[in-house]
Write a protein that binds this ligand. Sequence first.
Ligand SMILES: [Zn+2]
Length: 108
Amino acid sequence: MAGLHVKKNDVVQIMSGANSGKTGKVLRIISESGRVIVEGLNFRKKHTKPSRDNQQGGIVQKEGSISGSNVLLYCPSCKKGVKTRNELRKDGTKTRVCKKCGEVFDKA
Ligand SMILES: [Zn+2]
């Protein structure tokens, strides 16, 4: 499976679903399922029973995952989620570049 187009700490825009249009930072990549966890988005409320660690029980908010295909890298110049292409730097490392405006992500 090809790697996801987004990485941890990327700012992405959600392109579909209930959170469509919102932006947030990628907290975690779940590469096995191609899903990402985006900061502050897609909260799931989970009821917990009292346990040794949490004697009160109650409701915890958990960040849910979202399919990687539903997010695009947020371009600060375009001010929206954009498609990127890979470019090879002179030193041989790859960087992602905004297809629209040429903004370079992955600055060294
Ligand atoms: Zn751009």
